[in-house]
Design a protein around this ligand. Structure first.
Ligand code: PGA
Length: 232
């Protein structure tokens, strides 16, 4: 299983350092082949040591240059960061990233050899139209994306389940992951209100190779409760 923590715009540089120290200790006490990834905010990126991968939540598709306010490859590589989240619904919806922009970012960071966690997910009004509409919506989010890229992980996150406390049902996750698995061969994460109370049933779903967690990842204890309770 892959357990990915997305801090979003939470935690500071100080509190992230504290979190990473605790996480490293907890991971060293744990056995098993699970993989843990953490995506702290940009100001808290650093070279942390421990049995986890640090990734960036966002970056600009350039090495360096005149892009005010952005973070490029140069800034990430300073900390050995070669993992990037692309296409999160908050970036698509709130920051207005189009599929074209997302695909451009994807292609650039592939050419730089980054590991990419690529997020897709439908809004509630699409889910309410039924499975066919969901399938069409999700597959359109693969436009311009090389799904055979070796260092790709896809995260399916229904927008209506993110930060709402209402996860998709096991049935919904199962059907959607099955459909997605017939199109992409890479690891497939589920995200959206994953928490210690529902991790076991979600992890047990066929086609769920891991989870992407926002709210429940912000405290080390809560995140570790997920990591230790997942698939056996
Ligand atoms: P959530 O967020 O776990 O708080 O629902 C998940 C995500 O957006 O990655």
């Amino acid at each position: 299983m892959i357990y990915a923590a997305n801090f979003k715009m939470n935690h500071t540089r100080n509190s992230t350092a504290d979190y990473m120290e605790k996480l490293a200790k907890r991971m060293s006490e744990k056995s098993g082949g699970d993989r843990v990834m953490v995506f702290p905010p940009a100001t808290a990126l650093d070279s942390y040591t421990g049995d986890f991968t640090i990734g960036a939540q966002n970056a600009y598709p350039a090495v360096s240059g005149a892009y005010t306010g952005e973070t490029g490859v140069l800034q990430l590589e300073e900390f050995g960061i070669k993992t990037l989240l692309i296409g999160h619904s908050e970036r698509r919806e709130i920051m207005g990233e189009s599929q074209e922009a997302v695909a451009e970012k994807f292609q650039f960071f592939c050419s730089e050899g980054f590991e990419i966690v690529y997020c897709i997910g439908e809004p509630l009004e699409v889910r309410e139209q039924g499975e066919e509409a969901v399938t069409a919506y999700l597959l359109a989010q693969f436009e311009g994306i090389d799904t055979r890229y070796k260092k790709l992980t896809v995260a399916y996150e229904p927008i209506w389940a993110i930060g709402t406390g209402r996860s998709a049902t096991v049935e919904e996750i199962s059907r959607t992951h099955k459909m997605l698995k017939s199109h992409v061969k890479c690891a497939l994460l589920y995200g959206g209100s994953v928490k210690p109370e529902n991790i076991q049933e979600i992890a047990a779903v066929d086609g769920v190779d891991g989870v992407l967690v926002g709210g429940a990842s912000l405290e080390v204890e809560s995140f570790m409760a997920l990591v230790t309770a997942g698939k056996v």
